[in-house]
Design a protein around this ligand. Structure first.
Ligand code: ZN
Length: 134
């Protein structure tokens, strides 16, 4: 079972500009910026109640985020659901017929283990499942 929407990921062209905009929009400053080398992204996190907004900027033209923005423009990139145990969740989703984008959990930003589901198996929505690293 998914515990909650942990965050919404938003693809942005310019992280510093988007930071200022979301700071004004949400009335709170980003609490963390973090680069994820392996994914070729730089991220920035805002708390919104019990959930978060993750701004994601490509750090390289080969980044999946750069390709996403090229194709679709800026905007909502993924929905991330928190799970108690990511391996259990991955097994359950695989059994349900969802296509996972990795066989093993990967380490993501903000102290998380993550796995993405292919949008073609989720009505066009890129879904991330994540588990806090304890
Ligand atoms: Zn995310």
């Amino acid at each position: 079972m998914m515990l909650r929407i942990e965050h919404l990921g938003i693809a942005v062209r310019n992280l510093q500009q988007a930071n200022r905009l979301f700071e004004a929009l949400l009335g709170t400053a980003s609490y963390k910026e973090e680069s994820v080398e392996r994914e070729k992204v730089t991220t920035s996190f805002f708390k919104v109640g019990g959930s978060k907004i993750e701004l994601v900027e490509a750090s390289d033209s080969e980044s999946p985020i750069a390709k996403f923005i090229e194709k679709k423009g800026e905007g909502i990139h993924h929905v991330a659901f928190e799970v108690e145990d990511i391996r259990t969740a991955m097994d359950r989703l695989k059994e349900q017929g969802f296509e996972l984008l990795s066989d093993e959990p990967k380490s993501g930003a903000d102290n998380k283990l993550i796995c993405f589901l292919h949008p073609k198996s989720t009505n066009g929505v890129l879904v991330e499942i994540c588990q806090e690293i304890r």
